[in-house]
Design a protein around this ligand. Structure first.
Ligand code: AMP
Ligand code: TRP
Length: 332
């Protein structure tokens, strides 16, 4: 059985984009893989987080993952900072990765923005930590949204250079899994930007803990254009907002754009938005309710994460100890 690793940052409430692009696919992979699901708090602090907010968001992220169907008994759910092996291997990888490789990472350029001199060193070496997350478990398959593909290529380059420099065949190649019709869900305010938990406008996204009224209001206010919905998929060209809403409907209903347009094509956005809001409420309300149930017992969520961390460490510690031996560290 292949081992899967994936991570999500506790930098806010997870969104519909995280759900359709990542979490829902993770749940489906649990049937025939051994899975590690990690709330990556070490990655989150590459951009400053209020300490209390970070603690709360880490627990909330775990609760939402559990509510979505992540199985912490048959698989492993844990917080990254609880397993020391990640940071230990990341240091070795900092010494393997070349500056030239990191300079090509588009996410760093996006996140650092214009004031690059003022970005944290952690944000720069973020992909090395991500490589360590995966390789510390010898995981071979990594489900992510397509924005993370470049980081996985770097993780493979690091593994190859380590194996080459130390003359071993220790870290395996990893395969990205980019799944689903909604690998990229866009903002409700601007169909050309990704829906993101860190967008300043709450109206731009559906949060997985939004209540029914909030969801209905956000969909009613979602940006569209004055034309009716097209009858055919080709008619979505140049209409980013319409395409996004139709894509969300298709992903939630388990169909495709053409089938959705078969029902709603030729009609105005009014009835379509009403049906979309009803579908979202139908799918997301049970998740929000279940997450609230978990969060009513914060110590219970913490216990699940603690148990996950100890089982994760049992896998990662010997692998990272062997990497340290290969590098030449003396263990007197
Ligand atoms: P992040 O929120 O950056 O920690 O991302 C966690 C996972 O969700 C990654 O696999 C991302 O690729 C995925 N993801 C984040 N935002 C979106 C989006 N708007 N559409 C689809 N997938 C997304
Ligand atoms: N960088 C990923 C993101 O922002 C999160 C992440 C951290 C991750 N470590 C990982 C994803 C390891 C897959 C595997 O989406």
């Amino acid at each position: 059985m292949q081992r899967i690793f994936s991570g999500i940052q506790p930098s806010g409430i997870p969104t519909l984009g995280n759900y359709l692009g990542a979490i829902r696919n993770w749940v489906g992979l649990q049937g025939d893989h051994e899975c590690l699901w990690c709330v990556v708090d070490l990655h989150a602090i590459t951009v400053f987080q209020e300490p209390e907010a970070l603690r709360t968001q880490t627990r909330e992220m775990a609760a939402v993952l559990l509510a979505c169907g992540i199985d912490a008994r048959r698989h492993i759910l844990f917080a990254q900072s609880s397993v020391r092996a990640h940071a230990q291997l990341a240091w070795i990888f900092n010494c393997i990765a070349r500056l030239g490789w990191l300079n090509r990472m588009t996410q760093f350029k996006d996140k650092a923005g214009k004031d690059r001199e003022n970005a944290s060193a952690g944000l720069y070496v973020y992909p090395n930590l991500m490589a360590a997350d995966i390789h510390a478990y010898h995981a071979t398959r990594v489900p992510v949204g397509d924005d993370q593909k470049q980081h996985l290529e770097l993780a493979n380059d690091i593994a190859q250079k380590f194996n080459h420099d130390y003359g071993v065949d220790f870290f395996p190649a990893i395969e990205p899994l980019i799944l689903g019709p909604a690998a990229r869900v866009m903002s409700l305010r601007d169909g050309t930007r990704k829906m993101s938990k860190s967008d300043p406008s709450d109206q731009s996204r559906i949060n997985l803990n939004d209540d029914a009224d909030t969801i209905a209001l956000k969909i009613r206010r979602a940006k569209t254009d004055p034309e009716p919905l097209p009858e055919h998929v080709g008619g979505l060209d140049g209409r980013a907002e319409a395409r996004n809403l139709v894509g969300i409907y298709a992903a939630l209903a388990g169909t495709d754009h053409a089938a959705v347009l078969g029902t709603f094509g030729g009609k105005g956005f009014g009835p379509f938005k009403e049906a979309l809001a009803a579908l979202l409420i139908d799918k997301l309300a049970p998740i929000a309710a279940e997450a609230r149930r978990y969060l009513a017992d914060p110590a219970g969520v913490d216990a699940i994460l603690r148990d996950g961390a100890s089982r994760a460490a049992a896998i990662a510690d010997p692998i990272v100890a062997e990497a340290e031996r290969l590098v030449g560290f003396l263990r007197p």
